[in-house]
Write a protein that binds this ligand. Structure first.
Ligand code: ARG
Ligand code: ZN
Length: 877
């Protein structure tokens, strides 16, 4: 049951046209699908048609209008095989299926969320609606007719443009939609229900009028205002930046409460987890705003990178996902602050993708095998996939990169394409051999980039040596040297880049980029009259692990002087991160340690540097999280020590920063009046709020946080305060009161309630497990709702290392127990949550033993889904 890339073959049959009728009723839905099909040229005349299904029940089957006789077909819930089909001629196949959307807790295929009918078909959900060639290289045009009770579903939506609607007898009505664009089945969608709508419109650059609509559950449409604004900005941006225009008369978005992922780019009908649509300042944090903007843009950008040009097979997932993430990151960089966005992406990549790439779940950006494709919607495919596109842009330069994109759009519009197709476009426009670069798609793992330098004052030269090394990891893929673009700067004592002549026998240096293509290269810079500071891997120009013996003095100087904002952040973050990791390692050997005042002083200085934008200062002065420190410690991790060390460091930082931090907080206090969600306002809130934790830790009192909580006028300030209260002062009455107040305020708001659940699950206290167990029995807890399940399980397993990795193994066992329950409802979400175990081998021996025992016990359960079993078995291997 292992699917392999090398086994790819096109389907034996083509589907020209798909016509579907949905009869939606309480309790069941009847679907009639009419396929206009043909045997593909060259396929043997006796080859049967084999259609995919998943938990389906067939109600009728006809060929060219005549029922197919039972000896000519074999049906099972997961397949329909038909013999004796025409050798050459086009034929129509009519397939009836009956579905039970209310019972569909997997949330794949057609299901009901709070009474709303909706679908999720990527990757293989369409086969839960009808028997089909459910693979991305089978492209067809679709016509859809929906019928439902007018009262239950006054709104009926499908892909494409609306063409007809009207009343039917018995209080029923219908709507018909035609999608004129070729699409694979995974982009199919319908929605029906009682929905409110926020409408707008836009005229594209060539003059097409597009009606825009965002549908929500009743009473919530106003909260889609920011999402609508983000949608329009995304549409304009794609025209300007990539010359891509929208191609239908309507663009619809629907916000749904029960959704496995973030959102889905169905053609003309994006379906979203409501978390990425609904916002206002009282209920959403600034991070939520940024998330909505990103996801709205991401799904919209898929219209070209994903929909117009789709993937030949699921191994090519990064073709659409990596590229679309790159596009949404570029959008946010243009709309907000480029360095701030870049830093946050690098931070996310290191937190999510690096552990994946360096652990048992490792796989190349383009995998070559899978057991369950849903388990490959990963940080590697998405985020490292985006880094590869970014490197391509760095290697080619902006103009050639854009020319390659233009060629890709022109050549492959309407295709189901591959990574090779994509790369060939850039090789052609840049007239470059990109075969070495292409290794990045096939070789898993994070290469180490080792840097050393020596300065010769007499000769006025700086000699730089760069080495790359890739170890074989769990994926077992190749380890050849790759093309690594290394951006750099030589920084002078005046804080400006020095232009120096570069010469090398084995690397090409072009502008600010060293193109490392060999295992090792030496570059000599000449004409220097001072020892420059080396600002290396600027902008994180390649997804590598930097190994650079850089002195504390150089890091301190770069943190202050680098004219490149990313470079300043990089130097300071590496300094702080390494200091904490060293202290944690040492602590495990010989007892309590501290981080030096010099290092903490640099943080205080960065916080107070008004030449930098506040959002960047907030990034520079936030201590790395416990999971991040654990990643840097790398082996024999003791989460308990890391937790204590971090808390003590926070207190010492607050002590040292005291006066400075307090006056900064006063200066940054929001002037009364209108709330602004702008990046600049959000940045000021971020800086002000990140100083609250160290100040409170230093004071050892919850007063400041309690005051901020009571006075908060927006969710960012409120959450920041509540987090300090609950995580740093769990025993104080004010903290418990604030939690209760928060609940009472937002009890009826599921998205805010998720924050309430998650915050408690992430609380690093001795009684957290007992509290979390109680949360599972809370009246508002619903395991079948993915957001709620993620809030509690993810809050503990993903955001609470000292409790998840409890020495007695109780955290591991608790998580495995809940995963087993969740798996019987929603395998996809259970499998996703189980990836929290991916770094178990880096824990200390006692914890490793506990984790392994818990995982083995889970693996021994008989009824594990394919999704969860795949993750658990790979994690243990
Ligand atoms: N294509 C969607 C997006 O990234 C994600 C859908 C993933 N769905 C799934 N069942 N794995 O925008
Ligand atoms: Zn996507």
């Amino acid at each position: 049951q292992i699917i392999k890339l090398e086994d790819y073959l096109p389907a034996d049959f083509v589907i020209h046209q798909v016509d579907m009728t949905f009869d939606l009723r309480d309790g069941h839905a009847d679907v009639l699908t009419r396929l206009v099909m043909q045997r593909r040229e060259g396929v043997a005349a006796e080859a049967p048609l084999e259609l995919d299904g998943d938990e389906l029940s067939l109600t009728s089957l006809a060929l060219n209008g005549t029922p197919v006789s039972p000896q000519n077909y074999t049906v099972a819930p997961d397949s329909l095989k038909i013999d004796d089909l025409p050798a050459q001629d086009q034929f129509t196949l009519e397939i009836g299926t009956r579905l039970h959307p209310e019972q569909n807790t997997k949330l794949m295929g057609l299901y009901r969320s709070n009474g709303i009918w909706c679908t999720q078909c990527e990757a293989q959900g369409f086969r839960r609606i009808t028997y089909f060639l459910d693979r991305p290289d089978v492209l067809a045009t679709y016509k859809v007719r929906l019928e439902a009770d007018k009262a239950a579903a006054p709104v009926l939506l499908a892909n494409g443009n609306p063409v007809a609607s009207g009343d039917l007898p018995n209080g029923r009505h219908f709507a018909e939609w035609i999608d004129p664009h070729l699409k694979p089945s995974y982009l199919f969608a319908i929605v029906g229900g009682r929905l409110d709508v926020l409408k707008d419109s836009l005229t594209t650059i060539s003059g097409r009028h597009v009606e825009l609509a965002i549908y929500t559950e009743p009473g919530l449409a106003e909260r889609a205002t920011y999402a609508m604004d983000a949608l329009k900005r995304s549409m304009w941006w794609d025209e300007r930046r990539f010359g891509r225009e929208y191609d239908l008369d309507v663009f619809n978005i629907v916000a749904i409460s029960d959704f496995n992922m973030g959102a889905m780019e169905n053609k003309g009908l994006n379906v979203f987890n409501h978390k990425y649509v609904l916002l206002d300042s009282e209920t959403a944090t600034d991070a939520d705003y940024a998330g909505v903007e990103t996801v709205i843009a991401h799904e919209y950008f898929h219209n070209w990178t994903g929909n117009r040009i789709t993937c030949r097979d699921w191994f090519q997932l990064c073709l659409k996902e990596g590229l679309t993430v790159y596009r949404d990151q570029e959008f946010s960089s243009d709309e907000r602050s480029r360095p701030v966005k870049r830093i946050s992406c690098v931070h996310t990549l290191k937190a999510n993708q690096f552990p994946e790439d360096q652990g048992p779940l490792q796989h190349p950006v383009r995998p070559t095998t899978y057991r369950e494709i849903n388990n490959f919607y990963t940080a590697t495919v998405y985020d490292k996939g985006s880094e590869l596109v970014r490197m391509l842009a760095t290697i080619l330069g902006e103009d050639k990169f854009r020319a390659g994109m233009d060629l890709y759009f022109e050549r492959h519009d309407g295709d189901a394409a591959t990574i090779e197709d994509f790369i060939a476009c850039f090789a052609q426009t840049a007239n470059m051999d990109l075969s070495q670069f292409a290794l990045w798609y096939n070789q898993a793992g994070t290469p180490r980039l080792t840097v050393s330098q020596s300065y010769d004052a007499k000769a006025g030269t700086l000699t730089l040596n760069l080495q790359q090394q890739l170890d074989k990891g769990a994926a077992g893929t190749g380890t050849l040297p790759m093309h690594i673009p290394v951006r750099f700067g030589l920084v002078g004592a005046n804080g400006q880049d020095i232009a120096a002549e570069a010469a090398s026998d084995d690397a090409r240096v072009s502008g600010d980029t060293i193109h490392l293509t060999t295992a090792s290269a030496t570059i000599v810079f000449t004409g220097l009259n001072q020892r420059p500071l080396l600002s290396i891997l600027r902008d994180f120009s390649a997804p590598v692990q930097l190994q650079y013996e850089e002195s504390e003095a150089d890091r301190l100087a770069l943190a202050r002087l680098d004219p490149d904002a990313y470079g300043r952040w990089r130097a300071l973050t590496d300094l702080v991160g390494d200091s904490l990791a060293d202290a944690a390692r040492q602590w495990a050997k010989s007892g309590p340690q501290t981080v030096s005042d010099t290092v903490l002083g640099a943080i205080v200085e960065a916080a107070d540097d008004t030449s930098l934008e506040p959002a960047l200062r907030a990034q520079m002065c936030s201590l790395p999280g416990e999971t991040e420190i654990a990643r840097l410690v790398a082996e024999d991790v003791n989460p308990e020590i890391i937790h204590t060390l971090r808390l003590q460091t926070l207190a010492r930082l607050g002590m040292l920063g005291g006066e400075t931090f307090r006056s900064l907080r006063a200066e940054l206090a929001e002037p009364a009046g209108e709330f602004s969600a702008s990046a600049a306002s959000a940045g000021r809130r971020a800086l002000r709020n990140c100083l609250l934790a160290p100040l409170s830790a230093a004071a050892g009192r919850p007063d400041d946080a309690a005051k901020q909580y009571a006075q908060a006028t927006n969710m960012s300030d409120r959450m920041a305060a509540l987090t300090v209260l609950v995580h740093q002062f769990p025993q104080e009455l004010v903290s418990q009161d604030a939690l209760t107040d928060f609940y009472n305020r937002f009890e009826s708001d599921p998205l805010v309630l998720d924050k309430w659940f998650a915050l408690q699950a992430a609380s690093p206290n001795a009684d957290t497990l007992e509290r979390v167990e109680a949360l599972l029995h809370h009246e508002k807890f619903k395991l079948a709702n993915p957001n709620r399940a993620r809030a509690v399980i993810g809050g503990l397993a993903g955001a609470n290392p000292s409790v998840f990795h409890r020495a007695d193994g109780a955290g591991y066992r608790w998580v495995c127990g809940v995963l087993l329950q969740l798996d019987s409802l929603n395998p996809q979400t259970a499998a996703r949550m189980a990836t929290a175990f991916r770094s178990w081998r880096s824990m200390n021996p006692a914890l490793r033993q506990q984790a392994e025992a818990a995982l083995r016990q889970l693996a021994a359960s008989e009824n594990l889904s394919r999704d969860l079993r795949d993750i658990v078995e790979r994690t243990l291997k």
